[in-house]
Design a protein around this ligand. Structure first.
Ligand code: HEM
Length: 398
């Protein structure tokens, strides 16, 4: 076993066991938020055992074993730092730089070599989380964490599948008869997203998620800089859908800011996909260019109706994410917390009301809602809906 593999083996075994023991200690207390002063011997072991792996890898100074190995080391050191943050062995609010300089150096070295933020990201726990004999990498062995990881992964894979399908539509052009299969594939994939969100809503324990899973996704410092936590949105597919459907635009200053901010949290392959996607004309703009001359054509009716159905389903996924999991698992339990526990409960760091407003803006852009304070495609989508006879006859436009 080389050093990178030894570190990952530790992450998959002792690290997970220690975190689980700590979570059970915290959760059994009257005040589940009381982390400082609870389980100190376990925390020291976690810190020291991880440190030994970090120092060995740092001395080796080798990030050149290919993408898989470097990405794996970034995940291991990132999960280690994420756990130190969760157990309050570091807290960016009371420090100006990370108290773990060796782990920071390793993370920065590997992160820079990959072109990614020097912390663990969603890819490490979702789409690039390799199962060994069925066991995925995780922070704990809690059933609720596995449920969260698995449903997030399924959701991400489904959104990515929808984006793949719509990318094919871009290349075929909206007047091609062959796009029907790709619109169908996108609809099916978005239906799967809705089902994942539903399962998560039904089966995830609110308290366990809030107190024992979510805290591993807090921001932490690497060197001097504070990096926001990972979230299920750190992959390109969701933004590819926004841009290809035409519901969000890369020249909208707020949306462009979001893209810039999340770029380094994505896998390099996703970064490249997103850059390519920014060069496409959206499907909505393609239809609008053709509407005056061809609205009555069969192909226009069929393909625009299919496009609108995809938009409706995509809007449903956005509304569902905001109105269900975010409200149930973040907003509602946060209502019972007081400062300072309330500070830093979100992955990205801003105060909860600010984060909720930004998620609401995204939801409404994806719904093409009729809002005058933000730019949505409400007017254009409405024009297309009116032009699509078949769509109107089905009653869906009402
Ligand atoms: C317990 C379930 C979930 C909760 C509580 C939750 C909550 C959140 C929160 C609070 C954010 C903002 C991140 C931050 O800056 O703190 C976020 C972002 C995001 N989440 Fe979730 N989420 C859940 C499950 C999912 C699932 C299953 C998906 C589907 C893949 C998903 C997709 C996204 C996306 C795409 C973003 C980025 C913002 C956007 O583009 O909409 N989430 N989530």
């Amino acid at each position: 076993m080389n050093r990178a593999e030894a570190f990952e083996h530790w992450i998959r075994t002792s690290f997970v066991q220690m975190n689980t023991e700590l979570e059970n200690l915290y959760f059994a207390q009257a005040d589940r938020d009381q982390v400082i002063g609870c389980g100190d011997p376990i925390k020291s072991n976690l810190r020291d055992e991880g440190h030994a792996h970090v120092v060995a890898l740092l001395a080796e100074g080798n990030t050149g074993d290919g993408f898989e190995s470097a990405f794996g080391v970034l995940g291991s050191v990132g999960m280690y730092l994420g756990a130190l943050r969760r157990h309050e062995l570091t807290n960016p609010m009371r420090e100006e730089k990370s108290p773990f300089p060796e782990a920071s150096s390793l993370a920065m070295h590997v992160g820079a070599s990959l072109g990614m933020a020097p912390r663990f990201s969603t890819g490490h726990l979702a789409t690039y989380n390799k199962a060994r004999a069925g066991v995925r990498k995780s922070f704990t062995t809690l059933a609720d964490e596995f449920l969260f990881i698995d449903e997030n992964t399924r959701g991400i894979l489904s959104l990515q599948r929808a984006a793949d399908a719509l990318t094919c539509v871009v290349h075929l052009g909206v007047s091609s008869p062959a796009v029907d299969v790709m619109f169908d594939a996108a609809k099916q994939a978005l239906g799967d997203v809705i089902r994942c969100n539903d399962r998560l809503m039904r089966n995830l324990d609110v308290a366990r998620f809030f107190y024992s899973v979510r805290p591993y996704y807090k921001p932490y410092r690497v060197g001097r800089q504070e990096y926001r936590g990972a979230n299920a949105g750190d992959f390109s597919g969701i933004n590819e859908l926004d841009l290809i459907l035409g519901l969000c635009r890369a020249n909208d200053p707020n949306y462009a800011q979001l893209l810039v901010d999340k770029m380094l949290f994505m896998l390099p392959a996703d970064q490249a996909r997103l850059r390519t996607c920014m060069t496409f004309t959206s499907l909505l703009d393609e239809f609008l260019l053709l509407i005056d001359d061809y609205a009555a054509a069969d192909w226009f009716q069929a393909n625009a109706a299919a496009y609108l159905e995809v938009c409706d389903l995509f809007g449903q996924t956005a509304a569902q994410h905001h109105n269900s999991p975010v409200k149930r698992f973040i907003e509602a339990p946060a209502g019972t917390l007081k400062e300072p526990a309330l500070r830093g409960i979100t992955a990205s760091g801003p105060p909860l009301p600010v984060l909720l407003r930004s998620l609401e803006v995204l939801r409404d852009m994806r719904l093409a809602a009729d809002r005058s304070d933000i730019v949505t495609r409400h007017v254009e989508l409405d024009r297309l809906r009116k032009a699509v006879k078949a769509y109107r006859q089905s009653g869906a436009a009402e």
